[in-house]
Each structure stands twice: as C-alpha cells, then as structure tokens.
Design a protein around this ligand. Sequence first.
Ligand code: PLP
Length: 369
Amino acid sequence: MEEIKFVNINRFHQLIWPQLHEAAARVIDSGIYIGGPEVRSFEEDMARWLGVEKVCGAGSGTSALYAILKGLGVGPGDEVITTVHTAIATAEAISQCGAVPIFCDLEPGYFFLSTEEVAKKINSKTKALLPVHLYGQPVDMDGMMELAHQHGLPLIEDCAQAQGARYRGKYVGTMGDAAEFSFFPSKNLGGFGDGGAFTAKDPAKFNIMKMFSNHGRKEKYTHEFEGINSRLDAIQAAMLKVCLPHLDEWNSQRRRVAQWYGEALGNIKEVVVPQVLPGTEPIYHVYVILVPDRDGLQKFLKEKKISTGVHYPMPLSLQKAYSRYGLGVGSFPRAEYACAHMLSLPMDPSVTKEEVERVAMAIEEYIRK
Ligand SMILES: Cc1ncc(COP(=O)(O)O)c(C=O)c1O
C-alpha cells in the first residue's frame, strides 16, 4: 500500500514544474541574486493580490515579525500579548526585541487565542496585540480590532499559516496595523527554502521595518540605524511569483479536503473535528483533530503508512526556552489539553477523497479496537 504523506509538495507543484524551473534558471542566468527586479516584481504581485499598498519580502516569517515589532518601537519593558499555542517564532520575535510575550489560552472550542483572555491581560506595559491565525483559521478579528481600538494598541496579524484565509470576506493580513507571512516550504504559499514577507498600514513605519530588514539602510553603505540581514532571495521571489496565482485555488482544494474529512469523521463520536468560526473562510494549513489516545493512534496510522503531525506537542508556557516566566502545568488548561490530544492529518491541495477515506477508516479501526 502506498504511503499517504503528511504534505505532498511535489505532487501539487507538479503542474507548474516547467515554470518553476524556468524561473530558477532565469535568476541563475541573470547574475542578480539579492534584491533587484525579481524581488520587486513579486512584492508588487503580492501587494496587488492582498489588496494592500506595499509588501516587503523578508528572509523568513520570524525575521519579518521581528522587523514589524522593531518598526512599531517594541523594546525592553514592553509586553506584547499573544497566544500560548503557536510556533515558537511568534514569541521569539517579541523577546528578541527585549519585550515579554504575554500568553493567552485558547478560545473555547478553537485553537486560536481567547479574546476574553487578551482583554484581561492588557495593562499599561502592553505595547501591541499579536494574534495568530493558527492552522489557517482566522481569529476573532472583530474582538481583536475592538480591543486594539479601545486601548490605542497596534494590532499585528501573524499570518504565517493563513495566507489567503478570509475574515468577513477580507484577506487576513489586511485588517491589522501590520501583518507577517511565512514562505517556509510547507506553508500554503511555500517557497523553496526560507522566506517571508510583511506589510504595514503606516508608510513611515513600513519604511523603518524595511530598512531594519536590510541593515538599517536605504542605500548601500549609508546606515541610519542598526538592523539585520532579512531579505527575500531573488530566486525565492521568482519561484513564489509562479506559485502565487495558484494560491486561492490550492486553498479551495484544501477546503474541499477538509469537507471530506468532516464527512468521513463526523460520525465517530470520539473524534473532534475542527470548528469554523462563523464569517470566516479558513485555509487549513493543517487539519487538526482531537482524539482520546493521540500517541497510540499516531503509531497505528504510521503502521498503516499514513503520516501525521502534532502542531504542537507542548504549549510555549511549558517549553524550557520559557521556563524563566515560571508558567507551570495548569497555567493554560485548554492549550495543554489540546496539545495532549491533537493530531494533524495529511493535508495539501492534492489529497484525494480515496486518501481521506483510507485515513478515516484507519482512525475508526483504531478507535473501535
Ligand atoms: C504561526 C507562525 N508564526 C511564525 C512562523 C515563522 O515563520 P518562518 O519559519 O518562516 O520563520 C511560523 C513558522 O513556522 C509559524 O507557524
């Protein structure tokens, strides 16, 4: 029996391989590998697609987020409110600025942060709100925007896993003051190595973020302040330009796969399938279920040649990297429960109905054992 991969990038890229090869060869032949017309052209395409004024490419999603926070003036003594259940990159960007990430537990029934918890944690040290559209499911943006507005705080959207997801018809990344995207290869708009991007509404702050990403300079050898090296490579930009026009279609294929999973797993009462927040159009970066015995099921599926993932096995509060905050077991009960019971099933635009049925049958077989 053939393996069902967790993400089969090559399979859904296959149709555009000739264009990808052509784009890579064009950059190789051009001799321009850092910056230049390929990067500008992709940034313009992405801004047009997203419907924003400007997009700046970055070396990764992590460094894009770091640039945003620096551009907003986040520094020592500040707090930034985010979710406890995310990739460490979100919190790292905050602490790299010298600020403290203030974690929130999950919204009941969902995998994203609770608006009520965010509201409770806002105080005079709060410098920004940083919700994460985790798994491609938009957060409660009405709630977040209201809180940001009420307290005069900038709202930063972490869209690393949500490129193309919509909230009340609007793309995520267009509603907050700034937004970050990741082009890590397995992301919905994945590159061919590391990469990321950001956008920001205030042109002056956007320019600072852009300069920060390029050693604090506008021109070569003229540095207005210290920055970092966080640039999108020309070869990535050229290849991402090929992928971008396919993103909305790939995302709707993922939604179809999610619907198949929902139908196939809906009758197994031990399995909790993901809920969709009303008014949102998620893009299922990963498809996460909750089950009673996650580790046993994952092992069983592996024996059946079905690859799965766990996003994430531990909330950030329990990571050694954050032990300095003294947040022990029991601090975030909903996230802790989710981390112990969640399993990410195979998901990409090329997953077939037959594959979904094979996965669902194997899950049912394990649960009925
Ligand atoms: C929610 C979230 N934020 C930020 C990042 C950072 O992106 P990158 O891996 O491109 O640095 C990731 C990537 O895993 C992510 O999932």
